[in-house]
Design a protein around this ligand. Structure first.
Ligand SMILES: C[S@@+](CC[C@H](N)C(=O)[O-])C[C@H]1O[C@@H](n2cnc3c(N)ncnc32)[C@H](O)[C@@H]1O
Length: 211
């Protein structure tokens, strides 16, 4: 299969990411460790499209990193809608703010620095959409914590749930990230309070709908 060619074909036949996001992307690849963590062109356009379709008024993102996905979702929501994005690493603040401040959608975004486990209960909000994309070891904990704050009919997204394909092999006992993702996937499979589907997009994206 000519996957690289198909990737290029897809990216050349969908909406462009725009000059701000492509500058952010380049900056991250030159100056940051692990730039692959950011959502990127295709997933970013999908997140924006999901926002167009769902029209969420309140979004929670767990794991901001550069703010790439945050800015994509902000493009897709109405002017009175808001995104709360939580990042534990305050060394990312300058990078995030550099691009957020240049975005026409900056008023829609509020970034919190700290541990999502501490911040979520303090937000006092009900969410229409949640994007779980932080520490892979803690996906099940984020899910349990956030679930009561998601409205019925709300959407929960979880990124990287195929984890480079490692989910199909028995994990090494020391590989806590793979174990975290596998446990999360098993938990979601059994949870009858939601409908769920896995998109084999990039590193795998689960979409859940709260009944
Ligand atoms: C995969 S990156 C996020 C990428 C971003 N959502 C995107 O799609 O462009 C994961 C981020 O989660 C952050 N993180 C890890 N544990 C966290 C926690 N407990 N609370 C908040 N952020 C956390 C990491 O510092 C990292 O920047």
């Amino acid at each position: 299969m000519k996957l690289d060619e198909l990737d290029d074909y897809i990216l050349s036949h969908i909406d462009e990411e725009g000059s701000l996001l492509s500058e952010l992307n380049r900056d991250a690849h030159v100056n940051l460790l692990r730039p692959r963590m950011l959502s990127g062109h295709l997933q970013g356009r999908i997140l924006k499209m999901l926002c167009r379709m769902i029209r969420p008024k309140r979004i929670l993102e767990i794991g901001t990193y550069t703010g790439y996905a945050t800015l994509c979702m902000a493009e897709g929501i109405d002017n009175d809608a808001r995104i709360y994005s939580i990042e534990i690493n305050d060394e990312m603040e300058d990078f995030i703010m550099k691009y957020l401040s240049k975005s026409p959608d900056k008023e829609k975004v509020k970034v919190f620095f700290g541990d999502a486990m501490d911040i979520i209960p303090m937000l006092n909000e009900t969410f229409d959409m949640v994007f779980i994309d932080a520490d892979k070891r803690l996906y099940a904990e984020y899910y349990d914590l956030v679930f009561p704050y998601v409205r019925k009919g709300g959407i929960i997204l979880a990124d990287n749930i195929l984890w480079d394909g490692k989910v199909t092999d028995p994990p090494q006992p020391s590989d806590k990230q793979t174990i975290g993702i596998i446990n999360f996937n098993e938990k979601i499979k059994r949870d009858s309070r939601i409908e769920k589907v896995i998109l084999p997009l990039r590193d795998g994206l689960t979409i859940m709908w709260k009944k």
